[in-house]
Every structure is written in C-alpha cells, then in structure tokens.
Design a protein around this ligand. Structure first.
Ligand code: SAM
Ligand code: SF4
Length: 266
C-alpha cells in the first residue's frame, strides 16, 4: 500500500485493549478512563480479518499493543492466530512488563519475535509515582524472563522529558547495557498540542519515513497518531477503511484532539 506521499505502509500497530494495570501520569488520568464496552472491542476473529486484509495490501509487520496487551483475556490465543497469518514477517509486542514473567515463555512459543518493554526510571519510588502504584521489581522480573525465554531483541522504551542525559534515562541506559538490552528514547508527547518528536533509536515521529497504520481496540483504522482521522472497519468495511486511511494519511502529523496513548497504543 502506497500513500499519496509515496510512503509504503507495511506496518500495522494493533491496540488489543484500552485497559491497563498501570496509570502512567503522561498516558492516563488518575481516575482511569471511560472503558470501552465489551461489544465495542474487536473480537480476535475481527482482528485477524483486518490483519489478513492488511497483509493482502502489503503489510508484513505487526505490533500488538494497548492499553496493556497482557491484560487482554486470551492474549496468547491471539498471538498464535496472528503468527499463523501467512505474510507476516515480524510479530512484536509493546508491554509495560508487569505481567511478563508469567507470559514470556508462552509469548515466545506462540510466535512473538521481538518485544518492547517500557521503563522510564530505575528508582522504585519514582516508578511507583510515575505509574501510580506500579512495582518495578515485577517489570525487572519480566525483562529477565523475556531474556531467558530467548525473545530477542528486547528494547526498552524510555520516555524522557527533554534529553537522554537526564539522570533517570542515564540509569536506564546503564541497566540496559549491563543486561544486553537495547534502549529506545521517546520524548514525552502531548497529543493535543501536537508536541511530537523524532524517536531516537526508533522509527517513530519521522513523518517522511512513516510506514504505519494503527488499529484501535474498537476497530478504527488511524493513519496518523497526530491526527483525528479514523475509519471504522465495522461501518465502512475492512478494505475500505484501510484504503481510506492510506489515501488520507497526512504528510505530517499536527495534533490529535480525540485520542490518548492508552487507546491508540502509542
Ligand atoms: N502499556 C504498554 C506499555 O506501556 O508499554 C503498551 C501501550 S503504551 C501506550 C505504548 C508506549 O507509549 C509506551 O512505551 C509508553 O511509554 C508510551 N507513551 C504513553 N504515553 C506517552 C506520552 N504522553 N508520550 C510519549 N510516550 C508515551
Ligand atoms: Fe498503561 Fe502503557 Fe499507558 Fe502506562 S503507558 S498507562 S502502562 S498503557
């Protein structure tokens, strides 16, 4: 699938749930969010139908995200179903790592090649404050379990305020170096103001080379994180929604007044 700016769209990021077991301050309000109702959330079969159509149109790379993907009931079945779709060369996941020690072996066995785990600080108190109650030890256990399971590479997503020289970022970098992990810095973003930036060591925020489409947990195809456009697969049909998103993908993002990271998956 080529868009109007000659970008080849081969990467689909799928948010499988709007729910999360953390409440990171830059992502979700403290009181949580108004949850989607069960019937709004795509079934696994619907997700697979979207992926098969996307593969027909040239997608070969899929990332599972959320909310927190590991809280979606039956997530291992979905991983297995996705891994079985012919034409997907790369199946990955982004997780906060809280439940990873429990899931790592099965994720690997069912077909996850690569994983991104979010970690912005190594200070247990700060982690707990930033995530509003998270236990950093569970994330560290999850990271080591993923490594033991042979998931490779493991990338650590580290959200920074302004610079990768910030103390927290430097400590996370040292931890990554000591444990054979890659680090990927993400500038803290505000979707509403359209404050976004190139991701160092990653491939986001680089509009000229953006190859992404997103599928929200409730079935909307979004061509750009920093734009309100979305196309409902249930109303329009899957192929139509994918093609509309591709043809209307903006040259560059500006702002998004409707969405937050927890419902588009970052
Ligand atoms: N719950 C999973 C996690 O935290 O990894 C997956 C979903 S989360 C929305 C995906 C990524 O978005 C995480 O790495 C998170 O740090 C990042 N993120 C969330 N809010 C952000 C913001 N305001 N600015 C930059 N990155 C953000
Ligand atoms: Fe949950 Fe991930 Fe958002 Fe944190 S960044 S609240 S872990 S979805």
């Amino acid at each position: 699938m080529l868009d109007n700016y000659n970008r080849r769209l081969n990467y689909l990021r799928i948010s499988v749930t709007d729910r999360c077991n953390l409440r990171c301050s830059y992502c979700m309000p403290e009181e949580g969010i108004k949850m989607l109702s069960h019937s709004d959330i795509l079934t696994f079969e619907e997700i697979i139908d979207v992926v098969m159509e996307a593969v027909n149109l040239g997608v070969d790379k899929v990332r599972i995200t959320g909310g927190e993907p590991l809280v979606r009931k039956g997530i291992l079945n979905l991983v297995e179903m996705l891994a079985a779709v012919d034409g997907i060369k790369d199946l990955s996941m982004t997780t906060n790592g809280i439940l990873l020690s429990e899931f790592a072996n099965d994720l690997k066995a069912k077909g996850i090649n690569r994983i991104n785990i979010s970690l912005d600080t190594l200070d247990p108190e700060k982690f707990s404050t930033m995530t509003r109650g998270g236990d950093i030890e569970m994330v560290k256990k999850g990271i080591l379990a993923a490594r033991e399971a042979g998931i490779h590479p493991i990338k650590i997503n580290c959200v920074i305020d302004k610079s990768k020289e910030e103390t927290d970022a430097l400590q996370v970098k040292d931890y990554c170096d000591a444990n054979g992990l890659n680090i990927r810095y993400i500038h803290k973003m505000d979707l509403k103001t359209g404050h976004f930036a190139i991701v160092e060591g990653g491939d986001g925020g680089d509009c000229k080379n953006c190859n992404r489409l997103r599928l929200t947990a409730d079935g909307k195809i979004k061509p750009c994180l920093f734009n309100n456009l979305e196309f409902d697969i249930r109303n329009m049909g899957i192929k139509e929604a994918l093609l509309a998103a591709a043809s209307l993908k903006p040259e560059c993002g500006s702002f998004n007044g409707n969405n937050h990271f927890h419902n588009i998956g970052g």
